[in-house]
Design a protein. Structure first.
Length: 146
């Protein structure tokens, strides 16, 4: 009986690992392809654009934090429902962070166009913008876990 529980636990852990990383990577690729059109993640990495790499790396971290929070929060008892909640929180949090990104771009640094600066390898812009995603994600984690 103990062997079955261990196998089930390992199986669930691997399932959540694949789901969590999959959601995170898909959302980052979505934002890379559809939202942040002034730079391309793969091209930026090939050209060693540190600012783009930092920005998307911190975005990935932020989404991963939200996925982790939904996984460790008390589940509803249904695997499908928990997966839907994880996807929903991840999408909602990344959308809120993106709205903040564009809002901060216009209000906080109106003389700087963050996407353009990140594209031009402005590391400060990449860090600032990526940290924004992490900050929004940390707040979302607190909400999820309460």
């Amino acid at each position: 009986m103990a062997d079955i529980n261990i196998i089930e636990t390992i199986g669930m852990a691997l399932l959540w690992l694949v789901i969590g990383i999959g959601i995170s990577m898909l959302l980052v690729k979505f934002y890379d392809f559809f939202i942040f059109r002034k730079f391309d993640l793969q091209e930026a990495i090939e050209k060693r654009n540190i600012a783009v790499s930092i920005f998307f790396g911190l975005m990935l971290l932020g989404i991963g934090l939200v996925v982790g929070a939904t996984i460790i929060s008390p589940g509803a008892g249904s695997l499908l429902y928990d997966i839907v909640l994880t996807i929903g929180w991840s999408i909602a949090t990344s959308l809120v962070a993106t709205l903040f990104f564009f809002g901060f771009d216009k209000l906080l640094v109106p003389k700087v166009e963050l996407q353009e600066e990140i594209s031009n390898n402005n590391i400060a812009s990449g860090i600032f913008s990526g940290i924004l995603y992490v900050a929004v994600s940390v707040v979302a984690m607190a909400v999820i876990m309460t």
